[in-house]
Design a protein around this ligand. Structure first.
Ligand SMILES: [Cu+2]
Length: 132
């Protein structure tokens, strides 16, 4: 399952950092959601936007990001040693395998909240994703 996520992350790995979606945009999406075209597009591409986090020198960068609900966040390990990405409060919900150099891990945040995470191999490595 995670291997599949790695592959998907690799395919979308070049996508740029996406900022928060304004409430106005969400309102527009709600208005247009009744049309069948919008539903079809959503089914084909469940991630509404993309965000990138780099792991380098025992640091998640940026250490904190704010994204819109539905954003796919991809972590890429640029360090020379393995790291993981694990949800601090609910490790069963989000837990990567050890990522070797250059490997990706992607997770789609589909519920609002504040998600603190850490590297289980080096617990002092911590980050946070705020989903609005
Ligand atoms: Cu680590």
């Amino acid at each position: 399952m995670w291997r599949h996520a790695f592959l998907a992350a690799a395919l979308f790995g070049t996508a740029g950092l996406c900022a928060t979606v304004a409430p106005a945009a969400q309102a527009v999406a709600a208005k247009t959601a009744r049309t069948s075209n919008v539903v079809a597009v959503a089914a084909a591409n469940p991630a509404k936007s993309e965000a990138q986090i780099t792991i380098d020198n025992f640091t998640f960068s940026p250490p904190q990001i704010t994204v819109a609900v539905g954003t796919r966040v991809t972590w890429t390990n640029r360090d020379d040693i393995p790291h993981t990405v694990v949800d601090s409060n609910n490790p069963r919900a989000m837990k990567s395998e050890p990522l070797d150099t250059g490997e990706d891990f992607a997770f789609i945040f589909d519920k609002p909240g504040t998600y603190r995470y850490f590297c289980s191999l080096h617990p002092h490595m911590q980050g946070m994703v705020v989903v609005q």
